[in-house]
Design a binder for this molecule. Structure first.
Ligand code: 48N
Length: 300
């Protein structure tokens, strides 16, 4: 009869595990310490749903794990290790548009002074004078992602979409964004194929939206502000002008409505600023500015 999974976890003894340590001979007798399937399932379930429970109330929610959202998460988590920072990313793979430099080419251009951040997180680059070049955009993004995720106060929920904002009236009767409405992305993309599949919520005093300017759900919060009556109309991203676009987005990063800060290319859709194309310094600096604005809001 097939062994039935026992309720208590099977924990091999130290000597038994020790025995396996010495078997890495790759000559046909490589063995793993024994396990029961339920142990794997429970190891995932316990941790994931504990995170969901704990992060149902977060201090800051960052929507979008692209270059702006991740730079923001890293700077905020580094500056305020006391804050519970929850990143919601619709894709299975975080990183947004920062896995490539431009037109599917892989080197990434970052204009000075944003190269300072590369030195802070330890990304090597070639110095070209007014700008630097990271040999592969994935080197920047994977390094930034690993640094942000390694911080104890950062939780990433990928394959999870923000499909609405929580908008409440505060005691002065003013509307403020007070959280996000979430669902598994596969569900969010299939609402019209099933009967109602209700969402979940995460409440937080500050939401930082970094959902980019295109893609299946780009500029999500800016668009929701219009449909929710918090913004008359979108400014819509203007034509490409690197010298106008990058300072405009960095200096324009702000709390656009109480409780909601926009950063990165989503801000260009809100404000109607130019796009900069294949240069990423403004994403980094705007993400850092968004983190500073969030700290100001939380401390006010
Ligand atoms: O990389 P993006 O799209 O956005 P940013 O602002 O971090 O960086 C933009 C940058 O890559 C450029 O576009 C460059 C500089 N080009 C400029 C130009 O002129 O073309 O990341 C946004 C992330 C993505 O990972 C999306 O999957 C995610 O946000 N996302 C969402 N996540 C959860 N819920 C949503 N509703 C949602 N919408 C988008």
């Amino acid at each position: 009869m097939a062994p039935v999974a026992t309720t208590e976890q099977y924990i091999p003894s130290a000597t038994e595990v020790q025995k396996y340590d010495i078997l890495e001979d790759y000559k046909g007798s490589y063995r793993f310490a024994p396990i029961e399937e339920a142990q794997v399932s429970r190891a995932m379930i316990k941790r994931y749903f504990n995170t969901m429970y704990e992060r149902a109330i977060s201090d800051v929610v960052i929507v979008g794990a692209g270059s702006a959202g991740l730079s923001c998460a890293y700077h905020l988590a580094n500056s305020r290790p006391d804050l519970k920072i929850t990143i919601i990313e619709a894709n299975v793979a975080p990183g947004g548009g920062a896995w490539l430099g431009g037109q599917l080419m892989t080197p990434m251009v970052i204009r000075k002074p944003a190269d300072r951040f590369l030195r802070e997180i330890g990304v090597p680059y070639e110095d070209e004078g007014a700008f630097v070049v990271v040999k592969h955009a994935a080197l920047f993004t994977s390094t930034l992602l690993s640094k942000a995720l390694a911080m104890d106060n950062v939780a990433l929920m990928n394959a999870t979409a923000v499909e609405d904002l929580i908008i409440v009236k505060d005691f002065e009767g003013k509307q403020r964004v007070a959280g996000v409405v979430t669902n598994w992305t596969l569900v969010a993309l299939n609402h019209d194929t099933q009967s109602c599949m209700d969402p979940n919520t995460i409440t937080a005093p500050v939401i930082i939206s970094a959902t980019g300017h295109d893609g299946p759900m780009g500029a999500f919060s800016a668009k929701r502000m219009v449909s929710a009556g918090l913004l008359k109309e979108l400014g819509n991203m203007r034509g490409l002008d690197m010298n106008r676009a990058e300072p405009a987005i960095v200096n324009g990063t702000r709390e656009v409505t109480p409780g909601l800060i926009l950063t990165g290319m989503e801000l260009s859709e809100h404000d109607g600023s130019n796009r900069m194309g294949p240069t990423f310094g403004a994403m980094i600096a705007s993400g850092i500015k968004a983190a500073q604005e969030a700290m100001k809001t939380l401390d006010s």
